[in-house]
Design a binder for this molecule. Structure first.
Ligand SMILES: Cc1cc2nc3c(=O)[nH]c(=O)nc-3n(C[C@H](O)[C@H](O)[C@H](O)COP(=O)(O)OP(=O)(O)OC[C@H]3O[C@@H](n4cnc5c(N)ncnc54)[C@H](O)[C@@H]3O)c2cc1C
Length: 407
């Protein structure tokens, strides 16, 4: 079976590792030359690390750990503790995407995937073959995996996304020399002319550098991302004024789209599978996407190994089972925050206020919004996280905040 994987980010490279290891004929195509950077908070979360451990990807020693962090909103803040759960450790790592993605990409090649440089501009079905346009050439495959990120050409050319329904975010990060007292995320709701809901973050990278950024929800309207830089400038200045960070010198800035909540996306059909951001799997609460990219790669490679080009139904079911409940809850929360900012404001004020007084509530929120509920095991806050997910799923079902257009 000849398989094209379009895109060699974490989702594409891990799919490539697993399929090549399974003896399949894999061609891994990326438009960029590796190593290449990617806009990111550079946090590889605990679930992502657990998947990489299981696959046997070595990230190298002495990486900087990231664990408990503050969540702030309008002058209140709560500390979300990070604890080990079922199969995952109680911390993530900060690794620059230029390095992290390169490690995965090189491993895919060493497992036997063939690398090819070029832009995949579209895929079409011709009889029992899929024909992909790569650069100025056409090539035939049995199966195509779209791992080409939030603006996936594979998904677009195969009509697998509905642009009017997708849930987008835009995020902008700065690598900047400096120090912070503690890693933190701040919720930013409706303050000023810029598009919100959103959040800001500052993460220590462990080498006198900070990753400082903001993300904002824009629904399906990309023009709402216009004010992102202004929002980031204000957030950065606020951190300086509050003495939370010390900054020193120039920064390097990079932005990118987040495709969230699985909504408006059909994850597979007709021999084509979407993984990672192409499938719209980014966490709508806090913008994490690497863990979902890796889990979807794992699911996708297992389905292709078993069903070849005929596994669309199995893959969609697996995606909905793994991500549907949480992502539809996140979709509902984003829709409320976009349409009714006052309701979101009250909810966040109450949550962070309660979490500042109760470790149990802060921990429950930390587990829930990092989508670790099903892996948390018995620990402080796990019942609260389960309750939040159960209620969220019910509400999402009742309000028809569907996770996908075809379930
Ligand atoms: C500013 C920002 C901060 C973020 N912070 C975090 C974080 O801290 N932690 C976290 O887990 N997630 C974070 N995310 C989300 C995370 O970056 C993504 O979810 C993750 O990169 C998804 O991996 P992927 O492999 O699906 O896609 P990508 O990493 O986007 O990889 C797609 C690859 O496809 C290639 N490509 C694209 N189009 C084509 C084409 N037509 N032909 C050939 N190749 C193509 C690209 O060059 C790229 O290499 C952040 C995102 C942003 C924008």
């Amino acid at each position: 079976m000849r398989i094209l994987i379009a895109g060699a980010g974490p989702a594409g490279s891990l799919t490539g590792i697993l399929l090549a290891r399974g003896g399949h004929d894999v061609v891994l195509v990326d438009r960029a030359e590796f190593p290449r950077d990617k806009a990111c908070g550079d946090v590889i979360g605990p679930l992502a690390l657990a998947v990489l451990d299981r696959v046997g990807v070595e990230l190298g020693a002495n990486r900087h750990r990231i664990g408990s962090m503050w969540l702030g909103f309008e002058g209140r803040e709560m500390l979300m503790p990070a604890r080990p759960g079922l199969g995952h450790r109680g911390f993530g790592l900060t690794i620059r995407r230029r390095d992290f993605d390169d490690i995965l990409y090189r491993q895919a090649l060493s497992e036997g995937a063939l690398s090819r440089a070029g832009v995949v501009s579209g895929v079409e079905r011709r009889g029992d073959r899929l024909v992909a346009r790569i650069g100025d050439q056409s090539d035939e495959f049995d199966v195509v995996v779209g791992a080409d990120g939030a603006n996936s050409s594979v998904a677009r050319s195969m009509n697998m996304t509905d642009p009017g329904r997708i849930l987008l975010g835009f995020a902008l990060r700065r690598h900047i020399r400096g120090s912070t007292k503690a890693d933190r995320v701040d919720l930013l709701l409706g303050n000023g002319p810029t598009a919100t809901p959103g959040y800001g973050w500052v993460f220590d990278q462990g080498d006198d550098q900070l990753n400082l950024g903001i993300g904002i929800g824009v629904g399906s309207d990309r023009s709402r991302a216009k004010g992102a830089r202004e929002l980031l400038d204000r957030y950065q200045q606020d951190l300086v004024d509050r003495d939370i960070v010390n900054l020193d010198g120039a920064y390097q800035e990079m932005g990118g789209w987040l495709k969230m909540g699985l909504v408006g996306t059909r994850a597979a059909g007709d021999g084509v599978y979407l993984v990672g951001d192409a499938a719209g799997l980014v966490n709508p609460f806090q913008g994490e996407g690497i863990a979902a990219a890796l889990v979807s790669a794992w699911l996708c490679a297992s389905v292709i190994d078993r069903f070849g080009a005929e596994g669309a139904h199995a893959y969609r079911s697996a995606i909905h089972e793994h991500f549907g409940g949480f992502l539809s809850t996140g979709y509902l929360a984003q829709s409320i925050a976009l349409g009714h900012p006052k309701v979101a404001d009250l909810a966040m004020r109450s949550l962070v206020g309660a979490g500042s007084r109760s470790e149990r509530i802060a921990s429950a929120w930390g587990i829930f919004w990092n989508d670790l509920t099903q892996y948390s095991g018995p620990q402080t806050g796990s019942f609260g996280a389960w309750l939040a997910l159960t209620v969220g799923k019910r509400l999402a079902g009742a309000t028809r905040a569907r996770a996908s257009w075809d379930d």
